[in-house]
Structure formats: C-alpha cells, structure tokens
Design a protein around this ligand. Structure first.
Ligand code: HEM
Ligand code: HEM
Length: 242
C-alpha cells in the first residue's frame, strides 16, 4: 500500500462529521409543522423541539471549538494557513477548470472561502435560533431579552438563512463531486482518515499528530462556555401556558 501522510487532525474531522450530523438533526427537528413530524411524534414519544435546542447548543459548542482550533490547532486547521488573500484566490480560480491541477495539501483557496462562508452561515443560524420563537410554544432562550420586532427579525433570518445554508451545503457537496469526477481528486477519504497520499504531501507538510490533549482542554472550555450561555438565559426555553 502506498505511503500516506496525516493532514487533517482527528478533532477537525470529528468536528466536520458531527457538524454534518447535527445539521441533519436540526433540519429534522426544526420543521415542527412538516407532515413527517406528525408521523414521528406518533411513533416516538419525544419532544422534538427540545432536541432541536439541544443539538443547536451542541452546534454552538462545535463552532466555538472550530474557531479556537483555527488559531491553535495543527497546521492545516489554522485559518492563517488556509485563508487566501485576493491574489492567491483569483490565481487559483484561473485553474479551477483544469483537469490536472496540483492537489492542495490542506483546503484549496476556493474551498477555504467556502469553509468560511459555511461556518458563517451555520453561525448565523445558531445565533438567530437563540432569539427565535414560533409565537406559540417554543422560544429560544434569549427571545425575551430583545424586543418583539428584533425577535421577529431573528426568526425571519432563522427561516431564510436555513434555505441559504441548504444551498451552500449543496454547492459544497457538488464541489467535492466535481473534484472527484473531473479533477480525479478524492477529498472525502482524507476527511475520514485524515491522510493523503505521500506524493501529494511532502514530509515537511504532514502534521505530527492530532494534539488530542489540547483538543480535550479546548472542548471542555467550550462545554463550559455553552453551559454558561444556556444557564444565564433570561427565560426558560419552553414558554408555558399556565
Ligand atoms: C451539513 C452538511 C455539511 C456542512 C455544514 C459541511 C461543512 C464543512 C466545513 C465547515 C468544512 C471545513 C472543515 C474544517 O476545516 O474544519 C468542510 C470540509 C469538507 N467537507 Fe463538508 N460539510 C457538510 C457535508 C459534507 C458531506 C456530506 C461531505 C461528503 C460528501 C463533506 C465533505 C467534506 C470534505 C471532503 C471536506 C474537505 C474539503 C477539502 O479538502 O478542502 N461535507 N465541510
Ligand atoms: C445551526 C443551528 C440551527 C439550525 C440549522 C436550525 C434550523 C432550523 C430549521 C430548519 C427550522 C425550521 C424553520 C422553518 O420551518 O422554516 C428551525 C426552527 C426553529 N429553531 Fe432552529 N436551527 C438551529 C439552531 C437553533 C437554536 C440554537 C435554537 C434555540 C436554542 C433554535 C430554535 C428554533 C426555534 C424556536 C424554531 C421554531 C421557529 C418556528 O417554528 O417559527 N434553532 N430551526
């Protein structure tokens, strides 16, 4: 078997796949008025919106983790090593349709911009969720901290940005398919195993390890920060009828 070298650390990969699963979960649990919700509610004794909130808090923690990791994580996780300036970005765009362009070691400049846009959209979604209410039963924990006009605006963004997020995820997956089919660069295995073929990664560019102890400390800090965010909320997440 050909030699492989580590590029994506384990915490970054865990972040990615947990984010993916969480977004699917938030989609399923958020659509309280969808037809499948009636079916789900009938067959499972679960208050789905409660899980929407829990997964939403988890995503806030994930994002916080990824931002901190982007400053102190291993080489290819760091923003400074993949966010391109305009010159690098546009010169990369010039070769985007070429079949035989050299594979990037970490995120390529176009992928890097997509990463930032995806993170921003997920961040906006999670942030607005904190203030969103369905005006019947459910209200995000900070809904009562803002006036109703602002809360309505946040709710509208929570609904509309989700559609945008879906499009962005579609583009993200289409780009990965494009790289696999047209450029013959398979990016998914590396996001699973963390490794790329040695021919694509000089030894000096491989990362020595995943820095798991550091990741654990950052993860605990994030759990603490999200706990404070939830506990300090002015109102309980569930509005009451009594
Ligand atoms: C809700 C869905 C998804 C979201 C929000 C999402 C978001 C992201 C983000 C933020 C990154 C950057 C990773 C980092 O540096 O931390 C990324 C990279 C990546 N994602 Fe996704 N992703 C989603 C679904 C998927 C799916 C379904 C696949 C597989 C088909 C996939 C494959 C990849 C790959 C291969 C990369 C690395 C690209 C590269 O080599 O530059 N993603 N994704
Ligand atoms: C990335 C994170 C999140 C995603 C992707 C997401 C996604 C969604 C989606 C798809 C809906 C249904 C919208 C519609 O029917 O058009 C929804 C509704 C809702 N979300 Fe989120 N959400 C996230 C985070 C949060 C958070 C953190 C909270 C609060 C703690 C929250 C609270 C709500 C509430 C209260 C509704 C119901 C609004 C209504 O029915 O009018 N969400 N969310």
């Amino acid at each position: 078997m050909s030699e492989k070298r580590l590029v994506w650390d384990l915490p970054l990969r865990a972040f990615h796949w947990l984010l993916f699963l969480s977004i699917v979960g938030l989609w399923v649990t958020g659509k309280s008025d969808a037809d499948y919700m009636d079916w789900l509610t009938k067959h499972f004794d679960i208050t789905w919106m409660e899980w929407h909130f829990r997964i939403g808090y988890f995503v806030i923690g994930l994002l916080l983790f990824r931002i901190i990791w982007g400053f102190i994580g291993p080489k290819h996780a760091r923003f400074v090593n993949f966010v391109p300036g305009p010159v690098k970005f546009f010169s990369y765009l010039g070769g985007v349709f070429k079949r035989d362009s050299k594979p990037a070691i970490g995120h390529n400049p176009m992928g890097a911009v997509m990463v930032l846009v995806l993170l921003a959209s997920v961040g906006l979604q999670a942030f607005t969720g904190l203030f969103t209410s369905d005006d019947i039963v459910w209200a995000g924990p900070y809904n009562s901290a803002v006036n109703s006009a602002l809360a309505d605006k946040m709710g509208a963004i929570h609904h509309e940005n989700y559609e945008i997020l879906l499009v962005l995820v579609g583009v993200h997956i289409a780009a990965i398919l494009y790289y696999a089919i047209w450029k013959r660069q398979r990016l998914v295995p590396a996001m699973v195993t963390g490794k790329k073929p040695a021919e694509e990664v000089p030894a000096s560019e491989a990362i020595p390890g995943s820095q798991l102890l550091k990741a654990l400390i950052v993860a605990l800090l994030c759990v603490g920060a999200v706990t404070v965010l939830v506990k300090k909320a002015p109102a309980p997440p569930v509005a009451s009828f009594d």
